[in-house]
Design a protein around this ligand. Structure first.
Ligand code: PLP
Length: 411
């Protein structure tokens, strides 16, 4: 007898992207110790937690040291005070009504979007948009829903929905039947969005085909335009076919603090092998109560503080700070004659590489000539080739400096 591993892990293509970015950045810095590199590739926020959040966080930490007030294990699904605050502030203003037990609080959308596939059968056909937040793909590879990566950069068995300038970054419906569709809007990495009508096409498809949409709205807080839905549940019928993921990470600076939530309406159904309906809310509840023990109390109190009057104002100010950077990036690069997408409802700016350069060539040009680190689009999937991602999460001063340097380049 020998211990057998999950062979599916060996199908994973190495996470070449961020390792290679770091390698090239390090090599450049060693060769040019004087160079002041500006990181515009980072997906992490830089603004600290705001005062109202810190005060609530701190008070809750103090409470944890007080006999009688100390909080032990909480509900695995999260405290009701936070679920109610989420529903009141994130959904009801958009005409979406949820019950607290349809909201599952967690320590991140990465784990939730990665773990959700566990409640679905192994033989479901999965569709992802291309380019894509790679967690959706890799977790399905690990679970055994795919074959190996092919020469075209796509995993065998997965359906890729192309998003590029030619189709306005609006994915077409899958040409072959699929059971589960991952959508992320506002999108990482392209920064683009779908209108209500465009999203409705997918909801209608899911209803007609008894499919499920896994809707990642981690960047919802960055939406500025009216025709962009904040939640998939704004679309009629979506409560029967969609699970939605939200995170406090980019919204309120919780990348290091960790808090997110997943909405699984009680009406959203899957099917048993016998074709009987089964609600997904109870399956996710079972999954979470078995494998997860809840987010720490002070973190949930801090998350709830993002919905206080002060908290909302401060959160908005931070988002506006990043969006000012996004506008600067968009305008500077557009003035240079580059084709630029995103950055209006999203902290990400997706740039078409000039002069037929591939993603890595443009990355190298920006690193070598402007000392700016970006993220090559090819790392997010085959349709990302020929694009590059910049983020607005740096300081305004660094963003300005980076744009000044890029503007001086001959491109
Ligand atoms: N979903 C998308 C699309 C993301 O880009 C990210 C983080 O970069 C996450 C989820 C992860 O969020 P969290 O910090 O809540 O795990």
């Amino acid at each position: 007898m020998v211990v057998k591993i999950n062979d599916n892990y060996l199908k994973l293509a190495s996470s070449y992207l961020f390792v290679e970015i770091a390698r090239r950045e390090k090599a450049f810095q060693e060769a040019h110790p004087e160079a002041d590199i500006i990181k515009m590739g980072i997906g992490d926020v830089t603004r600290p937690l705001s005062p109202a959040i810190i005060k609530a966080f701190n008070d809750a930490v103090i409470q944890m040291g007080e006999a009688g007030n100390f909080m032990g294990y909480g509900p695995e699904q999260g405290y009701e005070f936070l679920a109610r605050a989420i529903i009141n502030s994130d959904y009801e203003p958009y005409g979406v009504y949820l019950e607290p037990d349809e909201v599952f609080i967690s320590d991140g959308s990465k784990c939730d979007t990665g773990n959700i596939q566990e409640i679905f059968g192994i033989d479901n056909k999965i569709a992802v948009t291309d380019p894509v937040y790679t967690v959706y793909v890799d977790t399905n590879v690990m679970a055994g829903r795919t074959g190996f990566m092919q020469d075209d950069g796509m995993y065998e068995g997965l359906v890729y929905l192309k998003c590029n300038a030619e189709n306005g970054f609006v994915p077409a419906l899958p040409e072959e039947p699929v059971d589960i569709i991952y959508l992320c809007y506002p999108n990482n990495p392209t920064g683009t969005t779908l209108t209500r009508d465009q999203l409705k096409v997918f909801v209608d498809y899911a209803k007609e085909n008894k499919a499920i949409i896994l809707f990642d709205a981690a960047y919802e807080a960055f939406i500025t335009e009216d025709d962009v839905p904040h939640s998939i549940y704004e679309i009629e019928g979506a409560k029967e076919v969609a699970i939605e993921f939200r995170s406090f990470s980019k919204t309120a600076g919780f990348t290091g603090t960790r808090c997110a939530y997943t909405v699984v309406p009680k009406d959203v159904m899957g099917y048993t092998a016998n074709g009987e309906t089964q609600d997904l809310n109870s399956l996710w509840n079972r999954r979470q109560t078995t494998k997860f023990n809840g987010v720490s109390y002070p973190v949930q109190v801090a998350a709830a503080a993002t919905y206080s009057e002060e908290g909302k104002k401060e959160v908005r100010e931070n988002i506006e700070y990043y969006m000012r950077n996004a506008k600067l990036i968009r305008e500077s690069l557009t003035d240079l004659g580059l084709e630029v997408y995103g950055g209006v409802n999203s902290p990400y700016i997706w740039v078409k590489t000039p002069n037929g350069m591939d993603s890595w060539e443009f990355f190298d040009l920006l690193l070598n000539e402007a000392n700016v680190v970006s993220t090559p689009g090819a790392g997010f999937g085959p349709s990302g080739q020929g694009y590059l991602r910049l983020t607005s999460f740096n300081t305004y001063e660094n963003t300005q400096e980076a744009m000044d340097r890029i503007s001086k380049l001959d491109i």
